[in-house]
Design a binder for this molecule. Structure first.
Ligand SMILES: [Zn+2]
Length: 231
């Protein structure tokens, strides 16, 4: 059985972009670890707590979601939410440390455009890809969350321009059926109560991505990789 690392920027990214895949990999006996680079402390509080209490609240939500998805190990690094792009080499060094500890045979993370252009997602892509490429045990699988076929969100501060997001989009090489793990995925998403607006917005814009999760294989065998049995 394989060790899998899912490396994301914020608590809720893992459930939104690959919750069904995580649950299905765990059900198949693989050991899934999730690494969150930030605590998401600058997100909305929806009046559930003070802003300076949000990191702790979201960590609790992340732990509950991880339990629903069968995640064995959850690590929250606490780099600044909204400030990943300014972290430089420190960020990829932290990811490299986790790779060194876990020695995963597959890593999942954001594609070059961050899926939605969020600059923290783009920075996660760069740091994780750099850490994987310089890892002492090359040859593992690297999977990126694939972007939707059509990206039509408005211009927003802290995000790449939508035209740039569309231009950088990578082809989907694997689509995982999340319906077999739908109850667990919905339960995980439901634990992110403080982020309810982001979660329902995702559901409204991309309902297809709740039941099917798309990936782009960046490195590793095109056939016989970890996702092959889940298509
Ligand atoms: Zn995010």
């Amino acid at each position: 059985m394989a060790t899998v690392l899912v490396a994301v920027s914020h608590p809720d990214d893992e459930a939104l972009y690959c919750g069904g895949t995580i649950r299905r990999l765990a059900d198949a006996g693989h050991r899934v670890a999730v690494l969150m680079l930030t605590s998401g402390e600058n997100g909305r509080t929806l009046g559930m707590c003070a802003q300076d209490e949000l990191a702790v609240l979201r960590a609790g939500e992340a732990r509950a979601a991880a339990a629903a998805l069968g995640v064995e190990r959850l690590t929250i690094l606490g780099f600044p939410d909204g400030g990943l792009a300014a972290q430089g080499d420190e960020l990829s060094a932290a990811v490299a440390g986790e790779l060194e500890r876990l020695k995963p045979s597959a890593v999942f993370t954001f594609p070059p455009n961050g899926v939605n252009g969020h600059l923290d997602h783009v920075a996660a892509h760069q740091a994780v890809t750099c850490a994987v490429q310089t890892s002492r045990e090359p040859g593992g699988e690297l999977h990126y969350f694939a972007s939707p076929a059509e990206f039509a969100e408005p211009v927003r501060p802290g995000f790449l321009h939508p035209a740039e997001v569309a231009r950088m989009s990578l082809a989907t090489t694997a689509s995982v059926d999340a319906q077999e793990a739908l109850a667990a995925k919905l339960s995980a998403l439901g634990h992110y109560e403080s982020q309810a607006r982001s979660v329902v917005k995702f559901m409204r814009l991309y309902p297809d991505r709740i039941i099917a999760e798309s990936f782009h294989l960046a490195s590793g065998p095109a056939e016989g990789n970890l996702l092959s049995p889940l298509a």
